[in-house]
Design a protein around this ligand. Sequence first.
Ligand code: CA
Length: 225
Amino acid sequence: MRVLVIEDERGLAAAIARGLAEEGFVADVAYDGVDGLWSAVHESHDAIVLDLMLPRMSGYEVLKRLRAASVWTPVLILTAKDGEYDEADALDLGADDYLSKPFSYVVLVAHLRALLRRGAPARPAVLTAGDLDLDPARRRCHRGGQEITLTAREFTLLEFLLRHPDEVVSKTDILEHVWEENFDGDTNIVEVYVGYVRRKIDAPFGRRTIETVRGAGYRLRGTGR
Ligand code: CA
């Protein structure tokens, strides 16, 4: 079993590699996000151990690009307790498992073995509404085969609506799912962003996929019309 370790703390990376070797794994090490991504895409690994705080490219970006490139190698994220991201974020990013630093090698190896048993994660399904489709894994959106470029926030907003087709979702629901938990701004921001998304997915195509339900919120028409 070949494991790629992407970790910039050289002492820790060496210790992980040594620990894995003792357990019979072959470990490759990359010390920054750019090199790590290259190895992950161009070489074959059974699992990846990925630190989040990395020079040149964050672990967050590495994981996003990896999945966008349709590399489904299981990823175990290393999170610092006081770090920028927490465990829930790590899983949201498309990681398969996480460990908080500091951790013991026994636990790391147990997590890796469990990951390897599970195998590569299933690719998330593409969400569709008529001829509108959105691929959460590849971060792509199309209408009738034509690519639509969305910002990260617009993408998340449309993804949320597509996961609730033909349901009325309130601005508060949207705010809670699409914006940071602690966002204490006005729900008007939702209106603004729904406007942005409509200008990209509806207006140019003469559609009204996202309906305003007066006094209640929005409803995405599952037919995409
Ligand atoms: Ca680090």
